[in-house]
Write a protein that binds this ligand. Structure first.
Ligand SMILES: Cc1cc2nc3c(=O)[nH]c(=O)nc-3n(C[C@H](O)[C@H](O)[C@H](O)COP(=O)(O)OP(=O)(O)OC[C@H]3O[C@@H](n4cnc5c(N)ncnc54)[C@H](O)[C@@H]3O)c2cc1C
Length: 476
């Protein structure tokens, strides 16, 4: 049915990624009416081109490494990873890029869905243009929440457009492994995709402009990931600047400060930009292409009816933090619609205050890097009084049982004045599931004296907590 005309809702949500879905859900549960506007697939980047397919590509490699690290199990692993089955499993996690399941959820949640490209057209108004050119004008009584996400950034490299490079979307949805894959950028997307495609049969080269991979992680973590990539056969080149790209027959040729590098495909993984270039920001006095400037209630400065939630505000480009912001923004919208006071204080139910200093993230390389809060370098930069406590995870009984020769490190950054954790990083096999305990300690600002009473079960890898506390005490 062609969707035309004008409609009014309490809340109009532009973009039905994981963030937009959650804003709409919270406001509807709070008694407001809401419509979601989506130009591509309901569920957004995470479901179809980011978290889910990338982790599905990586999981088999990780399981094999874990099995091969346990004598007795190792002998049972006699074959290699099945590439076709891995890609098929990835395809099932993306529902073969079909969003009907998520559209059904939207309907069941009592949220209206309008498919098409939405643009702001002045205050409280979004005009949606459908694929057939028809238009619908949506007016919001209380709020417009912009949740349009981010896009991969293309660096200004001579000739790049003619090369038809991969961005994360192509890297997570490719139907076969390229013979040689060049990866420009050594952040988490570059490192995860290098891990995945090297294991699935490509010869991968990673080119990183900076001094090391994972520049925002603790250096020990970056070192462990670099060593593992190299051991897997990846050619890691750091301190290399790319200046131009071209196709030579079927080959991609990158001109770099390290000479020419050739491959079959080029993945650009140098960062993300706000997806706001063409959403009508100019009609409300904002700069197209920029991240939306928001306060802790996710309200756009000077525009009380406008919210920017998730990747689009640039605060933390992570699904779980977008969903957290969505819960807080949704609650703020509902409270304001009821005429209630809303504040942006820490711990407020209507403000996102943990997405700065207590944000957790995992890099799903082999080994994994799981971190929350501040690194030692970030604490230094913030001029916070701190001490770094480090312990080899492999020395914990649970870890040595988990894998023969378990290799990993835990790094805790402790505030020496308040005696609370500012940040924690774990690097090693299967450390992702250790992270939430650290997140609770950091977000909850649990005093070190109290952490002694949170006793980890024996013999689990979680006993690393005990060793970190002992090291903190003994180094005093
Ligand atoms: C390769 C990769 C791996 C990642 N892995 C992880 C991970 O493991 N864990 C994690 O937490 N994060 C991960 N991320 C980050 C995560 O994908 C994003 O933080 C998350 O998807 C952001 O959600 P969002 O809803 O804010 O934006 P998006 O998911 O981008 O959703 C925005 C939606 O808005 C729609 N839209 C945009 N413009 C318009 C318009 N004008 N009209 C209508 N609709 C519009 C889009 O089609 C899209 O559906 C990864 C990212 C990448 C690139």
């Amino acid at each position: 049915m062609t969707d035309t005309g004008e409609r009014t809702y309490d809340v109009v949500v532009l973009g039905a990624g994981s963030t937009g879905e959650n804003v709409a859900d919270v406001v509807v549960k709070g008694g407001l009416s809401a419509v979601l506007v989506e130009s591509e697939l309901v569920g957004g980047e995470c479901s179809y081109w980011a978290c889910m397919p990338s982790k599905a590509l990586l999981r088999g490699t990780e399981v094999l490494a874990e099995a091969r690290a346990v004598d007795g199990a190792r002998q049972a692993v006699t074959g290699e990873q099945d590439v076709a089955a891995t890609l098929a499993r990835r395809d099932s996690f993306t529902s073969h890029w079909d969003d009907s399941g998520q559209a059904e959820w939207v309907e069941g949640a009592g949220i209206d869905l309008v498919r098409g490209t939405g643009r702001l057209a002045g205050e409280r108004t979004v005009v949606v243009t459908a694929a057939d050119g028809s238009e619908v004008r949506l007016t919001a009584r209380h709020a417009v929440a912009v949740c349009t996400g981010s896009v991969g950034t293309l660096p200004p490299l001579d000739g790049l457009a003619d090369v038809a490079p991969w961005l994360a979307r192509e890297a997570t949805s490719a139907k076969e492994a390229p013979g040689r894959l060049l990866v420009l950028g050594g952040g988490y997307v570059g490192c995860e995709m290098a891990t995945a495609w090297q294991a699935l049969g490509s010869q991968v080269t990673v080119l990183q402009r900076g001094k090391r991979l994972l520049p925002r992680a603790e250096p020990q973590a970056a070192e462990a990931v670099t060593e593992a990539l190299e051991a897997a056969g990846v050619d890691v080149r750091v301190g290399v600047e790319a200046t131009a790209a071209r196709r030579d027959g079927g080959e991609v040729v990158l001109t770099t400060s390290d000479g020419e590098v050739r491959g079959d495909e080029l993945l650009i993984a140098v960062g993300r930009s706000a997806r706001t270039a063409d959403i009508g920001l100019d009609t409300v006095g904002l700069e197209p292409g920029e991240y939306l400037p928001v306060d802790d209630t996710l309200q756009v400065e000077g525009r009380p009816w406008l919210y920017g939630v998730g990747d689009v505000n640039g605060r933390q480009l992570l699904t779980h933090m977008g969903k957290y912001q969505a819960r807080q923004a949704g609650a703020a919208i509902v409270a304001r619609a009821r005429g209630e006071e809303v504040d942006g204080a820490p711990w407020s139910p209507t403000a996102a205050t943990a997405d700065g200093s207590a944000s957790p993230s995992v890099v799903f390389t082999t080994p994994q890097v799981a971190s929350v809060g501040l690194t030692a370098a970030a604490a230094e930069e913030a001029e916070l009084p701190h001490r770094v406590v480090e312990y080899p995870i492999g020395s914990v009984a649970g870890a040595s049982l988990f894998a023969d020769g378990y290799s990993g490190t835990a790094i805790a950054v402790v505030d020496t004045q308040r005696e609370v954790l500012l940040g924690v990083t774990f690097v090693g096999p299967a450390v992702a599931e250790l992270l939430h305990a650290a997140t609770i300690a950091v977000a909850g600002e649990v005093p070190i004296a109290r952490l002694w009473h949170a006793v980890p079960a024996y013999p689990t890898i979680s006993e690393i907590w005990l060793r970190l506390l002992e090291t903190w005490r003994d180094d005093d």
